[in-house]
Design a protein around this ligand. Structure first.
Ligand SMILES: [Zn+2]
Length: 278
């Protein structure tokens, strides 16, 4: 809790949440004197918050690094999202391609970019990334293409990125499988806050806020956007942890739940922590 200013939290977060709170039957519980309590996390949970574009505050396991899972799709938005968005890309997910399985059969159906993000459709992203890769190789050659992608992913690859590596075929580890790509709530929030990555949260605000059926059901008409994702747990085959990245206006938040948690649980828990009660 070091560095946490409760008055600042109250002012900034209540401001950010005011629309939701005004719709709520019961406002978030206030401490004596009207000060909203600082977030209280359960063991293993990690939270990073930047209120109205201010300093990053971390709570619980907010600095713990683990596989980033489907959050990687937001990093691909930084690489190629404006082209995909402008081109209104579509993909027909039938659930399997070769040995790859995606979601529950018969797949996600026809997905747009926003729907592929919402439903975490790996096959759509892999198809769009493969198309983009072919185009980059033709337009710039593999070295420049790899420099361009590697530069964006470097914070999540760490030393696993070899300086002389050649342009890889971007398979499932690049959209959320395994532990190739890793981050912490603080690390991903710091990345989202960098000016050159502003288009990622702008895309979230523009396209995802109020779009997701799941989110609309939980939050009514308020303007938070969220990207939920699952990630693998190193050394525990088949186990997952869960992520949520999102925001409202210039407030951004990244939340991680430990092993055994899923996407709906992560979103509901973050909503509870933020006081977005209905
Ligand atoms: Zn799919």
């Amino acid at each position: 809790m070091r560095g946490w200013d409760q008055k600042y939290f109250r002012k900034a977060l209540l401001c950010a949440c005011c629309a939701a709170l005004s719709l709520a039957a019961q406002p978030a519980p206030a401490q004596p004197g009207g000060v909203m309590p600082a977030p209280v996390l359960k063991p293993g949970e990690g939270l990073a918050l930047a209120l109205e574009g201010g300093d990053i505050q971390t709570f619980g396991e907010g600095r713990a690094v683990s596989p980033m899972g489907g959050l990687a799709k937001l990093v691909w938005l930084r690489v190629e999202g404006s082209g995909w968005s402008t081109g209104s890309v579509k993909f027909r997910c039938q659930g399997t391609t070769g040995s790859l399985a995606c979601g529950i059969p018969p797949g996600h159906g026809t997905v747009s970019l926003a729907k592929a993000l919402e439903e975490d459709c790996d096959l759509a992203f892999l198809a769009w990334i493969a198309e983009a890769r072919t185009r980059w190789v033709k337009d710039y050659g593999p070295e420049v293409a790899w420099y361009r992608v590697g530069e964006v992913f470097e914070p999540f690859l760490g030393r696993r990125l070899l300086a002389n590596a050649t342009l890889p075929v971007f398979a499932t580890p690049w959209v959320g499988d395994g532990d190739l790509l890793r981050t912490s709530p603080e690390g991903f929030l710091r990345w989202l806050l960098q000016p050159e990555n502003a288009e990622v949260s702008a895309f979230g605000r523009r396209t995802l806020a109020g779009f997701w059926v799941e989110v609309s059901a939980l939050f009514g008409k308020e303007n938070w956007w969220f990207k939920t994702a699952t990630a693998s747990v190193p050394g525990v085959p088949g186990a997952t942890s869960a992520w949520v990245a999102g925001g409202r206006g210039s407030t951004l938040v990244v939340f991680h739940l430990p092993r055994g948690k899923g996407k709906p649980e992560a979103l509901a828990r973050l909503r509870e922590i933020l006081g977005l009660k209905s």
